[in-house]
Design a protein around this ligand. Structure first.
Ligand code: F0G
Length: 399
């Protein structure tokens, strides 16, 4: 997982198509009609492009095939003609982590591992817990003892994992995980290249739904930066296979209180870890493990990196909800980032834009409740002591 010389992250080489193994995208898409979850999965359908894992050892919950929704209210908010949300919160455990986790846990099964471990701000832990449960494997997760979503911890406990709350943040938890002996436990954070291989299929699922029409921009939230790395690899492989004719421009948006990558990118310097602070708890990460890979992808995709403050994330999240979609705070950094990049002229109003929503609104219901109680710009208060007939009267009154 780590280079013996430099301790950097290892990665699978970019998939090289040869005349003998040229995967056909239409044949792959046709697997959706199967009743076998391993065919229907938006990850395993693309198994021709994944590291080889015995078919019978695949651990799947039918992940990956998530909807692409149009977002007219989000578009209006960001002052663009149109945008689409790729909603990875519609995965089995309600976050984008499942696409990578199904591959990492399947690989762990294939190697005979009995225990899998991860550090998490909540979503990786829930995903690992679910897949480990399916595999009959023990899941051990390290989470910060404060500041993460209660719903995510409850979900993780529900799937039967051992949850160790540590006296420290995500970065401290990940350092502890990285210090474990990989021969004794399978480490399934995104430092594990199998996770990245699974997550790269998100690029294929996105393109497939657009009939391989490449968007101008794909915007993702960034924390530990595994997702930026994975999506970038997916798009590059699609290009190498001739499935698409150009790369989209890739943008990573961080929370301003946890934006070491944004700063490093802007100044073109090595990443300097920070102590992270943001109410978007999923991306409260100060020392992202995959920053070098993510930087290479952003450059290859002629993209950029920015950051947005917590208030901007909070309002943007409420707007995503008004599209009838909904997401957790970290995901909404994409819409807040888009709004800023349109305002400063980086992104044009008529550009073709996809925002990657990484987690479901119910992942952090307490955050949503607080927002609506706060009286903020797009808050929607509970009405008390009102006769519904009066509401109907008001809504149907001639203007
Ligand atoms: N969005 C959500 C909802 C997340 O949970 C995460 C990361 C990210 C974005 C950032 O993705 O780390 O690949 O850049 N969550 C991890 C976890 C850290 O433990 O659940 P990234």
């Amino acid at each position: 997982m780590f280079c013996a010389d430099c301790n950097g992250l290892l990665a699978f080489a970019t998939f090289a198509a040869t005349p003998g193994n040229l995967p056909d995208r239409d044949r792959i898409a046709a697997r959706r009609a199967s009743v076998d979850l391993r065919d229907r999965s938006g990850v395993w359908r693309y198994r021709d492009l994944l590291p080889e894992i015995p078919f019978e050892q695949i651990v799947t919950l039918g992940e990956g095939d998530v909807p692409l929704y149009d977002g007219p209210r989000g578009a209006e908010y960001a002052r663009v003609d149109r945008l689409a949300y790729l909603h990875l919160g519609m995965n089995p455990t309600a976050s984008f982590k499942d696409a990578g986790m199904t591959v990492a846990v399947s690989r762990a099964v294939a190697t005979g591992a009995r225990i899998a471990i991860c550090a998490s701000t909540g979503n990786t832990s829930a995903s690992l817990a679910a897949y480990a449960a399916r595999a009959g494997m023990h899941a051990l997760v390290l989470v910060p003892s404060t500041g993460i979503s209660e719903a995510k911890v409850a979900q993780t406990l529900d799937y039967g994992a051992t949850v160790v709350a540590i006296d420290g943040d995500f970065d401290a938890a990940l350092a502890t995980v990285r210090a474990q002996d990989p021969n004794r436990v399978a480490i399934v954070n995104s430092v594990n290249p199998y996770r990245i291989e699974g997550q790269k299929t998100v690029a294929f699922v996105l393109l497939e739904q657009r009939r391989w029409r490449v968007p101008d921009w794909v915007i993702v939230p960034g924390g530990n930066l595994g997702n930026t790395s994975a999506l970038g690899k997916g798009f590059r492989e699609a290009l190498a296979l001739g499935w698409i004719d150009r790369l989209p421009r890739l943008v990573t948006v961080q929370a301003s209180g946890a934006a070491p990558f944004s700063r490093a990118f802007r100044t073109n310097t090595d990443l300097v870890p920070v102590h992270a602070e943001t109410s978007a708890s999923a991306i409260k990460i100060g020392a992202p493990a995959s920053w070098r890979k993510a930087k290479a992808e952003i450059l290859a995709h002629r993209g950029t990196v920015t950051d947005v403050d917590d208030a901007a994330i909070a309002d943007a999240r409420a707007i995503v909800g008004r599209d009838g979609v909904g997401c957790e705070p970290a995901s909404a950094a994409t819409l807040a980032g888009l709004r800023e990049l349109v305002a400063n002229g980086t992104i044009g109003a008529s550009d073709d834009i996809v925002l990657v929503l990484t987690g479901h609104v119910l992942k952090d219901g307490a955050y949503a409740a607080r927002y609506h109680e706060s009286g903020a710009a797009f808050a929607n208060r509970i009405v008390r002591g009102t006769d519904p007939a009066d509401v109907i009267e008001r809504l149907t009154a001639p203007a």
